[in-house]
Design a protein around this ligand. Structure first.
Ligand code: HEM
Ligand code: NAG
Ligand code: NAG
Ligand code: NAG
Length: 335
C-alpha cells in the first residue's frame, strides 16, 4: 500500500494543451538588452549555493524534469497550493522535490535588479544548466525567453513512476517528443542525488508481490540496500518524512558528479530503481550505456543536447503567460 502511494499512474491528461503552445522563439541571451546581468546573477548564486550544498544541482535537475514534463517548461511546478487551488507540487511524485529556495533567492535578486523581466521558467532552466556545469557536465548555451504559466493543477501530474518498464517510460517521453535515446541519456542524471527507500523497497523484499527480492539485483548490493532500507512495517502508515534516504547511485564514488557512473551501476546490476535497472535488459539500451561508459565526453555532449530538448518542451513565449513576481504565486491571485 505504502509503496503504491508513491507510484504514479500514467494519465493521458492535458498533454494536448501543452502541444498547442509548443516551442516558439527562444533565443540565446534573450535578456542581453533587458537584463544583461541575468545569466551572471544566476551563475554566481548557483556557485555560492553549490559550495554550501553539492547536491543542489541534482535537486534542480529533477525539478526541471518535473516542470517540463507537466504542461511544458512553464514553472508550473514552482507554484504553491492556495485556498482555491491544489498545485502540482502536492502530487505524490513531487513531495520530495527540492531546490525551490535557490530559485526564490535568484528571483528576489533579479526582481531587485530588473523588475518584472526574467521569468521563473528561465531562472529554473538557467540554474539547472549551471548546476550541470558545476557537477562536471557540459556548459551548454541555453536559449531563453520562456514565460511563466497560469495553471498549476495537481490533476495534471503524470510523471512516469520508478517501476515503469522502459517501454512505458519511452511512451511517456514520446508525449513530450523525447525519444528512447533521450530517456536513456537523461536518466544518466541519476548518477547524482538522493532517493527515498519507498521508491524501490519492494525490489528488496517483495518484488511484484513475490515475497522475494528482484532477481536482477547483484546479491552483495542487495545486502547493502537492505541494510539501508529496512523491510517496511505494514502495521504503521508509510511516512515519507521519516523514510530513509540513500544516494541514487550507491555504486559510485562520486554521488554528486554528472559522470557515466549511473550506467556502470546499471550494467553491474547495481541500479536502485527498477526502471533504471531495466536499461540493462535490451540490446539498444545496454549499448548506449556501454558507449557512455567508454566515452564520457560523448555522454556529456548528448546529455546537454537532451537537456536542450527537454527545456524546450511546451514553452510559452511572446505575450503568452506572464513574468511572475514571485515564483510561488501567480501575479493574479485568482489564478
Ligand atoms: C522516467 C523517468 C524517471 C523516473 C521514473 C525517475 C524517478 C526518480 C525517483 C523515484 C527519484 C527519487 C526521488 C526521491 O526519493 O526524492 C528520482 C530522483 C532524481 N531524478 Fe529521476 N526519474 C526519471 C527521470 C529523470 C530525469 C529525466 C531526470 C533529469 C533530467 C532525473 C533526475 C533526477 C535526479 C537528479 C534525482 C535526484 C534528486 C535529488 O537528489 O533530490 N530523473 N528520480
Ligand atoms: C511534438 O512534435 C509535434 C510535431 O512536430 C508538434 O506538433 C508538437 O507540438 C510537439 N509536442 C510538444 C509537447 O512539444
Ligand atoms: C484541475 O484539473 C481538474 C481535472 O481536469 C479540474 O476538474 C479542476 O477544475 C482543475 N482545478 C483548477 C483549480 O483549475
Ligand atoms: C504537501 C507537501 O509536502 N508539499 C511539499 C512539496 O515540496 C516542497 C519542497 O520540498 C515542500 O515545501 C512542500 O511542503
Amino acid at each position: 500500500m505504502a509503496i503504491l502511494a508513491l507510484r504514479v499512474v500514467a494519465r493521458a491528461t492535458l498533454m494536448s494543451m501543452v502541444v498547442a503552445v509548443a516551442a516558439a522563439q527562444l533565443q540565446v541571451h534573450f535578456y542581453k538588452d533587458s537584463c544583461p546581468q541575468a545569466e551572471l546573477v544566476v551563475k554566481s548564486i548557483m556557485q555560492q549555493r553549490f559550495n554550501a550544498d553539492p547536491s543542489l544541482p541534482a535537486g534542480l535537475l529533477r525539478l526541471q524534469f518535473h516542470d517540463c514534463f507537466v504542461r511544458g517548461c512553464d514553472a508550473s511546478v514552482l507554484i504553491d497550493s492556495s485556498d482555491n487551488n491544489v498545485a502540482e507540487k502536492d502530487a505524490p511524485p513531487n513531495l520530495t522535490l527540492r531546490g525551490f529556495e535557490v530559485i526564490d533567492v535568484i528571483k528576489a535578486e533579479l526582481e531587485k535588479e530588473c523588475k518584472g523581466i526574467v521569468s521563473c521558467a528561465d531562472i529554473l532552466a538557467l540554474a539547472t544548466r549551471d548546476g550541470v556545469a558545476l557537477t562536471g557536465g557540459s556548459a551548454y548555451a541555453l536559449p531563453t525567453g520562456r514565460r511563466d504559466g497560469l495553471v498549476s493543477n495537481i490533476s495534471d501530474v503524470n510523471i512516469p513512476g520508478p517501476s515503469f518498464s522502459v517501454a512505458a517510460a519511452t511512451s511517456a517521453f514520446q508525449t513530450i517528443n523525447l525519444t528512447l535515446e533521450d530517456l536513456v541519456t537523461l536518466l544518466g542524471a541519476h548518477a547524482m542525488g538522493f532517493c527515498h527507500c519507498g521508491f524501490f523497497v519492494d525490489r528488496l523484499y517483495n518484488f511484484i508481490g513475490s515475497g522475494q527480492a528482484d532477481p536482477d539485483i547483484d546479491p552483495q548490493f542487495l545486502g547493502v540496500l537492505r541494510q539501508k532500507c529496512p523491510r517496511p512495517d505494514n502495521s504503521v502508515p508509510f511516512n515519507l518524512s521519516t523514510d530513509p534516504i540513500i544516494v541514487m547511485t550507491p555504486s559510485s564514488s562520486t554521488p554528486f558528479k554528472l559522470d557515466p557512473s549511473f550506467y556502470k551501476g546499471v550494467l553491474q546490476e547495481q541500479a536502485v530503481l527498477q526502471l533504471d535497472q531495466e536499461l540493462a535488459f535490451t540490446d539498444l539500451t545496454r549499448r548506449i550505456a556501454a558507449d557512455y561508459i567508454s566515452r564520457p565526453n560523448m555522454f556529456r555532449r548528448k546529455f546537454a543536447k537532451a537537456m536542450l530538448k527537454l527545456t524546450n518542451v511546451g514553452v510559452l513565449t511572446g505575450q503568452q503567460g506572464e513574468i511572475r513576481a514571485n515564483c510561488r504565486r501567480f501575479n493574479q491571485p485568482n489564478h
